[in-house]
Design a protein around this ligand. Structure first.
Ligand code: GH3
Ligand code: MG
Ligand code: MG
Ligand code: MG
Length: 315
C-alpha cells in the first residue's frame, strides 16, 4: 500500500515546543509609596524577582548594580521626577530596557511616551493588567536579547563573530580617536591549517579551531578586551586602552596558550604541533585613522609574520 498518511507523517516531525510560560525576570520597582510597592511586590513576586527603590537616584544606582530586565517607574519621586529618571536611563546603556510608568491619570500619557517610556499603567492598578503588561514586555525583551546573542555569536567556536567585531571596532576606533586613548588590534591566523584539514580531516579541524578559540579567549584579562572569529581560521582581537608593547605581551600569551594546548600537527612545515601567526597594529589616533585602515595595517603585519616563517608576532 503506497498511500502516504499525511497525519502520521506530521506526527513524526512533531517536536516539543518551548513552553509558553513567560520566563521570570528581575523587576525594579521605583515608587515612594510603600503600600503600593508592597501590593505590587505581592502580585509580581509570584513569578519575578522584585527589587525596590524609593528615590530616583537610588533607582539609577540600582540599575547599574543589579541590571534589571524591566522597570516599573512612578512619575513623582521625592528627589526627582520619574520622567527624568527614564530619560537618563534611555541616554545610557538602558536604551532598550522596558520601562513601564505608573501614572495617576491619562493626562500624563504624552509625557511618558516623550520621555522614552515603553508603556504605562494607571492607578488604581488592576493586578491582572499589571501582570500581563510586565510579562509581555519581558517576553519581548528576552526574545530580543536571544536574537542579538545569536546574531553576534559564531556557532562553531562560541566566541563573537565577524559582524560583532566590525560593529565594535568601528565604535572603539571612534572613541579612541576622540579621547586620545591607545587601541591595539591583533589579527591571528592558524599556520598551515589547510594541511591540518587535509591530514586529519575537517571534523578534527573544526574541533581544533574551537579549542584554539577558547584558549585565545582565556588570554584576555580586561573586560574591555574582546576577540572574535574573523574568518575561517582567523581571529581578530581588539585591546582598548592598550598600547602596542602591552598588546605584544597579550600576543605572546596567546602563542604560549596555543603551545600549551599541544595539538599535534605532523603535516605542518613550521613545527610538529599547531601554531599561529599574529599581526599587531596600534591605532594612529592622532591622524584619525579609520577601522578599515587599522585592519589593513594589522593584515600587512600578519602577512609579514607569515613571510618571515610563521609561528611569530609581527608589527
Ligand atoms: P597559512 O599558514 O599561510 O595561514 O596557511 P593556511 O593553510 O592556514 O592558510 P589557507 O588560507 O591556505 O587555508 C586556510 C584553511 O583553513 C583552508 C580551510 O580549509 C581551513 N578552514 C577555514 N575555515 C574552516 C573551518 O571552519 N573548519 C575547518 N575545519 N577548516 C577551516
Ligand atoms: Mg510617588
Ligand atoms: Mg592560516
Ligand atoms: Mg587564513
Amino acid at each position: 500500500k503506497s498511500d502516504i498518511n499525511v497525519a502520521e507523517d506530521l506526527q513524526v516531525v512533531d517536536f516539543p515546543f518551548p513552553e509558553s510560560e513567560p520566563r521570570s525576570g528581575r523587576v525594579l520597582l521605583v515608587d515612594d509609596d510603600s503600600q503600593l510597592t508592597e501590593l505590587l511586590t505581592r502580585i509580581l513576586g509570584t513569578r519575578h524577582e522584585v527589587l525596590i527603590a524609593s528615590r530616583g537616584e537610588q533607582a539609577l544606582q540600582m540599575c547599574l548594580q543589579h541590571r534589571p530586565d524591566l522597570l516599573l517607574l512612578d512619575l513623582r519621586l521625592p528627589d526627582m521626577d520619574g520622567l527624568s529618571v527614564c530619560r537618563q536611563l534611555r541616554a545610557g546603556e538602558f536604551a532598550a530596557t522596558p520601562i513601564i510608568f505608573i501614572t495617576a491619570g491619562s493626562e500624563e500619557e504624552t509625557a511618558c511616551w516623550e520621555a522614552g517610556g515603553s508603556d504605562f499603567v494607571c492607578k488604581p492598578i488592576n493586578p491582572l493588567t499589571l501582570m500581563h503588561r510586565v510579562n509581555a514586555h519581558l517576553a519581548l525583551k528576552f526574545q530580543a536579547d536571544s536574537l542579538q546573542h545569536l546574531a553576534y555569536k559564531d556557532s562553531l567556536t562560541g566566541i563573537a563573530n565577524r559582524r560583532y567585531f566590525i560593529e565594535r571596532i568601528e565604535a572603539e576606533c571612534g572613541s579612541a580617536c576622540r579621547d586620545g586613548d591607545p587601541l591595539s588590534l591583533l589579527l591571528i591566523d592558524l599556520d598551515c591549517f589547510k594541511q591540518y584539514n587535509d591530514g586529519y580531516g575537517h571534523v578534527a579541524g573544526d574541533h581544533s579551531l574551537a579549542r584554539t578559540a577558547r584558549a585565545l579567549h582565556a588570554c584576555l584579562k580586561r573586560p574591555s578586551d574582546f576577540i572574535a572569529r574573523f574568518g575561517g581560521e582567523e581571529f581578530a582581537c581588539l585591546l582598548p586602552g592598550t598600547p602596542a608593547p602591552q598588546a605584544e605581551r597579550v600576543a605572546e600569551r596567546m602563542q604560549a596558550a596555543i603551545s600549551a594546548l599541544a595539538i599535534e600537527h605532523k603535516y605542518s612545515s613550521v613545527a610538529p604541533q599547531l601554531t599561529l601567526s599574529i599581526g599587531l597594529a596600534q591605532l594612529h589616533g592622532l591622524y584619525g585613522e579609520t577601522s578599515v585602515e587599522l585592519l589593513e595595517r594589522a593584515d600587512q603585519a600578519l602577512y609579514s609574520a607569515k613571510a618571515e616563517g610563521r609561528n611569530r608576532i609581527a608589527n
